[in-house]
Write a protein that binds this ligand. Structure first.
Ligand code: HEM
Length: 328
């Protein structure tokens, strides 16, 4: 007769597919079956199982580590650095992402930025993108949207500082290498079965990738010399929609949707202001942010992350309706 404990462990093993649980089930069953039961009670059997589990896991990890180091060396690469306490091979960035999370930052806030930079934004969009030329048209065509270079730059800049998907990950099915950011270094070997978390949020604020003013909201960086200097030199540093075979399928749709929404808002309202007093108290930036570095010190709303980024408490703005103004 198989005891309920064994049945449970076997079920666990089957459902989790874990070799470790199989070993525990084996040891537990073996201890009950072959050792004198009255001498070695269930408690001792469980202790032995736990000890076996710990030894098995340590040995397995060590052997895996040697194996992966040999594989990496064989192809002239170095093993991806590990995050303390994580196995195996996650890139160091994960630690930074976790650090970011504990400080409680990120978020998206297109309207907030527009509110903050409203007057400049309005004038630039109206004059540069000629929205006023079809102000009375009932619809805004996708062809028009494509021509709105400054509007696109504003959206891109908002998605750079506040990517809606702030972190993403890839899981390696087979071993692979990543070229080292420092070309004098060996490539990085990524063993099969490694999860690599990367932070779009942090990458899109790096001063080495975007220039010393990386923390500043400045749509012109997508239009002037900085475009060539930074982004075109390395297009993969801007990943609000991801890239490669799994790039967002709705990217163009999303651009159209965001543009159309903004155009309609610009057409209907003359002015937007951030309504800081309307934010729920807990959604306001904490006082100690004022002395922090980076954008935190200047942030007037509180971004938050639940897989995607949003604004804590919602984005509160006051909009002044446009009068029937004409543009000469
Ligand atoms: C501002 C809006 C949006 C943003 C920032 C966004 C961002 C993303 C990101 C970062 C990914 C993952 C890419 C990767 O892992 O490499 C993704 C995947 C995807 N998105 Fe979006 N997305 C947006 C809107 C949309 C819309 C409107 C649709 C559909 C109409 C859509 C459909 C998809 C699909 C189907 C995938 C999965 C693609 C795949 O795995 O092959 N997205 N999106």
């Amino acid at each position: 007769m198989v005891s309920p404990g064994v049945t449970f462990l076997v079920h666990l093993a089957i459902h989790s597919g874990s070799k470790v649980a199989f070993v525990a089930a084996g040891v537990y069953y073996g201890s009950q079956r072959f050792l004198p039961y009255n001498l070695l009670g269930t408690g001792a059997a469980i202790l032995i199982s736990c000890a076996t589990l710990a030894v098995y896991t340590l040995a397995r990890n060590q052997i895996q580590c040697w194996h992966q180091e040999r594989e990496a060396a064989a192809i002239g690469a170095r093993l991806a650095p590990r995050v303390i306490g994580k196995w195996p091979g996650n890139l160091d960035i994960m630690r930074d992402v976790m650090a970011m999370r504990t400080t409680g930052y990120p978020g998206d806030a297109y309207l907030g930025l527009i509110a903050k930079y409203g007057p400049v934004f309005n004038t630039r969009v109206l004059w540069i993108d000629h929205i006023f030329t079809f102000i009375y048209l009932p619809s805004c065509l996708s062809a028009n949207i494509k021509d709105m270079k400054y509007l696109r730059a504003v959206i891109n800049e908002a998605m750079r500082l506040y990517p809606a998907v702030p972190t993403n990950l890839r899981h390696s099915i087979c071993p692979a290498t990543l070229s080292s950011p420092d070309f004098t270094q060996k490539p990085i070997y990524v063993p099969a079965g490694t999860t690599i978390l990367y932070s779009v949020f942090l990458m899109q604020r790096q001063t080495d990738l975007w220039g010393p003013d990386a923390d500043t909201f400045d749509p012109d960086r997508f239009l002037d010399g900085r475009l060539k200097q930074y982004l075109l030199a390395n297009p993969f540093q801007f990943l609000p929609f991801g890239a490669g075979p799994r790039v967002c399928l709705g990217q163009q749709f999303a651009y159209n949707q965001m543009s159309l929404m903004l155009v309609r808002l610009m057409q209907s309202f003359a002015k937007f202001e951030l309504a800081e007093d309307a934010f729920p108290f807990e959604a306001r930036p904490p006082v100690n942010w004022k002395t922090a570095s980076g954008r935190k010190a200047i942030e007037r709303f509180r971004p938050e992350v639940h897989i995607t980024m949003s604004t804590k408490g919602g984005m509160w703005v006051r909009a002044t309706e446009a009068q029937n103004e004409t543009v000469d």
